[in-house]
Ligand binder design. Sequence first.
Ligand SMILES: NC(=O)c1ccc[n+]([C@@H]2O[C@H](COP(=O)([O-])OP(=O)(O)OC[C@H]3O[C@@H](n4cnc5c(N)ncnc54)[C@H](O)[C@@H]3O)[C@@H](O)[C@H]2O)c1
Length: 248
Amino acid sequence: MMHPDLMKCFDLTGRSALVTGSARGIGLEIARTLRMAGASLMLTDLDLDATRKAAADVGPDVGALRCDVSDPQSVRDLAAAIGACPDILINNAGVGREGQTRDTSDDDWRFVISVNLDGVFYCCRTFGAAMAERGSGNIVNIGSMCGFIVTKPWGGPAYHASKAGVHMLTKTFACKWAKSGVRVNAVAPGYIATNMTSNPNPTRVELTPVGRLGRTEEIANVVQFLASDASSYMTGAVLSVDGGYTSW
Ligand SMILES: NC(=O)c1ccc[n+]([C@@H]2O[C@H](COP(=O)([O-])OP(=O)(O)OC[C@H]3O[C@@H](n4cnc5c(N)ncnc54)[C@H](O)[C@@H]3O)[C@@H](O)[C@H]2O)c1
């Protein structure tokens, strides 16, 4: 049986959390996990109906709002609609677009960078600044092993550059707000079984030392740790959760 003091530092009771891109996949699983740890939750994604369904799935008192993180006005509108700045922000919304053989078009580049990198920047700027002013807050960004290495199958320049950018935004804001009571960390997943990896490719499993894709809860558990007081001395960290992929 775990000691109560140890359990307490993982507890999120009384804290509010906002998760972007949480209508499905890793974001939805993060929402479920933070809810289990006691947090009150606001889900947000592009499609409001899908977000409402996801929120109902997570719990009866879970909120749902539409937000396109790539649009700075949409992020400001989200902040206004929520009112009080959340205690915890999970910047999870992300996209991949490029196939292995296709060149990166202007549209591909802008699309991926605007969601994965601009989106994290807009959300950190809006909510992180309010957290710093309040003197408390916790941000967890979802980066990727693609922010450290070029993977097989090839992720394409926009995805790799965007995720490397997320890792550096994490460190930049962590330093900026460290003395204001705001921690900023990131998780860098390997291949996780979601819509993003639904196109079967045996290379993913072959090159992952543990020999399988990750499960969404295996990311959500680490996010919960970073969002809780259990990680109170951590800021600016980018944690690899990749079944060993980046260890070869
Ligand atoms: N699945 C993987 O193998 C993997 C690996 C490393 C990192 N990641 C990262 O994890 C995060 C979640 O990915 P996932 O695998 O759950 O993918 P997913 O496609 O299942 O979910 C992504 C969610 O983000 C939402 N979204 C897309 N554009 C948005 C926008 N402009 N504004 C708001 N929401 C938007 C989508 O509607 C969707 O609900 C992403 O940042 C992704 O880059 C995933």
